[in-house]
Design a protein around this ligand. Sequence first.
Ligand code: SF4
Length: 380
Amino acid sequence: MPQPSVFDMTPETFAAICEANDLPKFLGKQVLDWVYAKGVTDPQAMSNLSKANREKLAEVIDFEQGVLLAEQVATDGTRKLLLGWPDGRTPVRDAGAGIALPIALPIANAEGVPEIPTSRQTECVMIPNPERRTACVSSQIGCPVGCAFCASGIGGLDGNLTTGRIVEQVWRLGQIERSESPEGRVSHVVFMGMGEPLANLGNVTDAIRIINAPWGLGVSARRITISTVGLPAAIRKLCDFELPVTLALSLHAPNDDLRRTIIPWAEYSTVTELLDACDEWFQKTGREITLEYILLGGFNDQPEHAKELAGLAKRLRANVNLIRFNEVKGITFSRPATDDVLHFQKILRDRNVNTHIRASRGRDIAAACGQLRHEKRTVS
Ligand code: SF4
């Protein structure tokens, strides 16, 4: 049975592990403080723990991080990490102080970069701007949905990310912020990376509890956005989640016929069924949703689409985020013309729908979801 990652742990699960291994209960609090308040994951560096306790902890908890396979920084400051998740772990590394630490066993290639197959790689992105530092994270490896405009779905689903691996993405992006400024921290989290978060709901909600916790990453729940392509049953389940997270529905087309041509899962639920689930979300939580709409040149960016979308948005009292498609190698859609985008926005605004055009961030580093992993795969 693999050890749980330190990023999977909560004070409660830590206490249970300590009790089962004859370790003092306060250890969990100390370790979580090192990880989240001080940014330290090496148990050797946790100087207020005794040597014996550090040794024992290293036997029962995995302190290793995923492997950084690639990092890109765009001219606008957007930073993307490609992380590899080794699955073979063994407790044999001697850390130099007589401590046997669990260690990931990546195989180094000629350049010293570990070889981890794309089936164990995910991406996460830090999007900085003057008011907020947004971490965009993945919930799955690959994606089961396979939207026609998205690189993440090419090749299908390779697996769900564990709670710890979701948390670790936010933690790592936060460490980058911290290295640039001692006050630096992640202020917002969006589940808009690889994967459909509602298809990995248990791990996503467990991760959100840790990301939100005052002892964890301390990100306000309202600043955590789950973006879903739409699973009505899972949206209803999320209504009962105790934290007031934000929900975004990736609609991308205003009617079933158009939607089914770009989102394979649109076969399973109609726009009306999705809107009914979103209505229930609003009635139960009192929180409005956001509609995400990717504009694909000449496909869904015409005035008739905008008028139809306005009707749906008004019914939900939803804001609309328009996203201009970023070109992806191997995907034939094109970026919409600026005039079409502005006209589309005007039609919505003329109908009193609060509409924003989301700034394209990191275009020069393949920052769209799944793009870096896809490009790595297509060149290898
Ligand atoms: S857009 Fe989202 S749901 Fe669609 S394939 Fe990409 S990651 Fe999956």
